[in-house]
Every structure is written in structure tokens, then in C-alpha cells.
Design a protein around this ligand. Structure first.
Ligand SMILES: [Zn+2]
Length: 224
């Protein structure tokens, strides 16, 4: 394996995403980038040489919140992010949808940790240009004039196949980055252990792939 180059990995992490990556929240209209995209970017940029652990999960029923601390390590550097989510409690004091609340808090904590490496800032800054928003700060104007996304496009083509192999008996095929991303869309599947090429994804998991993601995947694959 090549020697890990921290500066290079971080440059790749901060690089712009392809057009269309930024989404708008349905409820608030705020711009965001999906966590799967961040996860995929860090995977590729570090060639899987990163770790994520949730070092603290606090479920506070009296105060009705979940607090999660995500700890991300890239090379020699470890950063923490904190995520909160409100707990819903029904009339008899039972917590509703606990696992959803924990997942949401984890997602926020993960984003917060990665945010310290400025992931997605160049892409999000144009959407936060009102006076009250962080992107309009004069000290951050350089984000708006950064290099166009050719770099990251070349980068994604170069990494068409990634350093992950299908675990299905006797398969061992190297996954494409699209297959890896697709695995990331399956709820409750830990793709670092359940690593399958598309052909070998067990059917009960395949059925859980969001149809839009599946369509995009199949279209991309057929275009090749
Ligand atoms: Zn396979």
C-alpha cells in the first residue's frame, strides 16, 4: 500500500463535489450534502485509511434528547463531532422511535466531525451568502473562487475500482465506487463487513435499495 499522505488526502476531501451534489432539505429548504456522499468521499480520499467510532451515546429520557459523539480519525489526526436529536415521548412516558433519533444524532455528529476538515464547504458556501450566513463572511470568500471541479472528476474516474472486495464465496471481485456507494444506501447494512459486488448482494438487502438510487446505479452501469 502507498504511504499515507495526510495533506493529499485532506486536499481531496475538501475538493469540490460534482454538480448536483448539494440537495435542499424538504422542510427548511436549507442546502446540504447527504452523509453517504461524505462517507464515500472520505473512503476514496483516504483509500479506506480512516476510522469512525461513536465514542459516546447518551440517551437522556427526562430531558428528551439523544447526544452522540462521533470520533473520526484520518492519518494522525482525530476530531470529534457532537450530534443531538430530540426524543419523542408518548403520553405514558415511553420513548418513540428511539433508533431513528439515535441514527439522526449519529449522522449529525459524523457531519460535525468531518466539518472540521472543511468537507463540502466550497460546494455549500454559495448557498449561504445572506448576511447572517457563514458563507458570506469576507474571510471565507476564497471558497467561492476556488478551482472548478475538474480535479475531483479526474479523481473519481481514477478511482473507478476501489480497494474493497466482494465477500461472496469465490467471488472476490473488486468493487466499483458505484457499487460501494450503492451498498451505502441499504439501511442497516454495514458495508465494511457485508461487502458485496452488485451481483452478489443478497436479495433481501437488494430489495431495500431505494429505487431512485438503484435506477441511477443501473443507468450508470449500462452507460459504460
Ligand atoms: Zn461478488
Amino acid at each position: 500500500m502507498d504511504e499515507f499522505n495526510y495533506q493529499e488526502a485532506i486536499a481531496k476531501i475538501k475538493a469540490r463535489f460534482p454538480e448536483g451534489t448539494v440537495k435542499k432539505r424538504e422542510d427548511t429548504g436549507r442546502a446540504y450534502i447527504p452523509n453517504q456522499v461524505y462517507n464515500d468521499r472520505v473512503e476514496l480520499a483516504t483509500q479506506s485509511q480512516w476510522t469512525l467510532e461513536y465514542s459516546e451515546v447518551e440517551i437522556n429520557v427526562p430531558q428528551r434528547y439523544v447526544k452522540v459523539v462521533a470520533r473520526v480519525t484520518i492519518g494522525p489526526h482525530t476530531r470529534d463531532g457532537i450530534g443531538f436529536h430530540e426524543l419523542n415521548v408518548d403520553g405514558s412516558g415511553n420513548v418513540k422511535k428511539l433508533s431513528t433519533a439515535v441514527d439522526q444524532a449519529k449522522a449529525e455528529a459524523f457531519r460535525e466531525a468531518l466539518d472540521t476538515w472543511q468537507i463540502g464547504w466550497q460546494d455549500l458556501a454559495p448557498y449561504y451568502q445572506l448576511e447572517k450566513d457563514w458563507g458570506s463572511n469576507p474571510a471565507l470568500q476564497h471558497l467561492l473562487h476556488s478551482s472548478p471541479p475538474e480535479e475531483s472528476e479526474r479523481f473519481s474516474q481514477a478511482s473507478e475500482v476501489i480497494d474493497r472486495q466482494c465477500i461472496y464465496t469465490n467471488c472476490g471481485a473488486q468493487l466499483t465506487r458505484d457499487e460501494w456507494a450503492l451498498l451505502g444506501t441499504i439501511p442497516k447494512l454495514d458495508r465494511t463487513r457485508m461487502t458485496y459486488c452488485f451481483e452478489h448482494i443478497p436479495n433481501h438487502y437488494k430489495k431495500k435499495i431505494p429505487s431512485a438510487e438503484l435506477e441511477t446505479f443501473l443507468k450508470k452501469t449500462n452507460d459504460r
